[in-house]
Design a protein around this ligand. Structure first.
Ligand SMILES: Cc1cc2nc3c(=O)[nH]c(=O)nc-3n(C[C@H](O)[C@H](O)[C@H](O)COP(=O)(O)O)c2cc1C
Length: 186
């Protein structure tokens, strides 16, 4: 897929087929994260790739911020948890750059995945405590986000459709509402 096609066609996927991701493709997806830019090239990100079915099930059914909101990730053949070690990053202008760096790397991985026809969905609605327990992630590490990685099902689920409607996923503010030129004018 052409790069602009990747950007313009990407959408969150919440219905997955059980088809495995070939290991060479998964490696390329991880490489896309590894090559991301980061503040002072600190590379504070760490990724846990969960493929073992029992652990995926635990994440799907027991990691939700509220109940089983993340049940839809159970069929995806891989769940990647994007972590960061804040002690390896930088705090500038009262901003924690481990969040920025890890989000950039994770999004690069998601776009690379989409270029191979693999869908993803950023998740914030998880309990960091529960995910850390399930994956034995040390206290000093923060979880920035997680996402299922898998081939989209041909027909998306009712939950997928409902969530897209609820989130108004197709809507974006027009450029004139989010961009100004030369000085602040928004
Ligand atoms: C940081 C972040 C957190 C998100 N958390 C969730 C989530 O917990 N559950 C979910 O179903 N979607 C989640 N989303 C997906 C958004 O709902 C989705 O990106 C938005 O509605 C736009 O739709 P699109 O990705 O299909 O373009 C999240 C997206 C981002 C960027």
């Amino acid at each position: 897929m052409d790069f602009t096609d990747v950007i313009f066609s990407r959408k969150s996927i919440r219905s997955f087929s059980k088809k495995e991701i070939p290991s060479d493709i998964l490696k390329k997806i991880l490489e896309a994260g590894r090559l991301a830019p980061s503040v002072q090239n600190k590379q504070c990100w760490r990724f846990v790739v969960v493929q073992y079915e029992e652990i995926r099930r635990k994440l799907a059914l027991k990691s939700g911020l509220i109940g089983k909101v993340n049940f839809f990730i159970k069929d995806a053949p891989a769940i990647i948890v994007a972590c960061a070690d804040p002690s390896r990053s930088v705090h500038l202008n009262t901003q924690d750059y481990y969040l920025v760096d890890t989000a950039i790397a994770f999004q690069q991985m998601m776009l690379a995945a989409w270029s191979f026809g693999i869908g993803t969905c950023w998740l914030a609605a998880f309990s960091e405590k529960k995910v850390k327990e399930i994956l034995q992630i040390p206290n000093k590490i923060r979880i920035v986000g997680m996402s299922p990685f898998g081939y989209p099902k041909e027909k998306s689920s009712l939950y997928d459709k409902a969530l897209k409607t609820f989130a108004g996923s197709k809507k974006r503010a027009p450029l004139e509402k989010i961009v100004c030129y030369d000085k602040w004018n928004l």
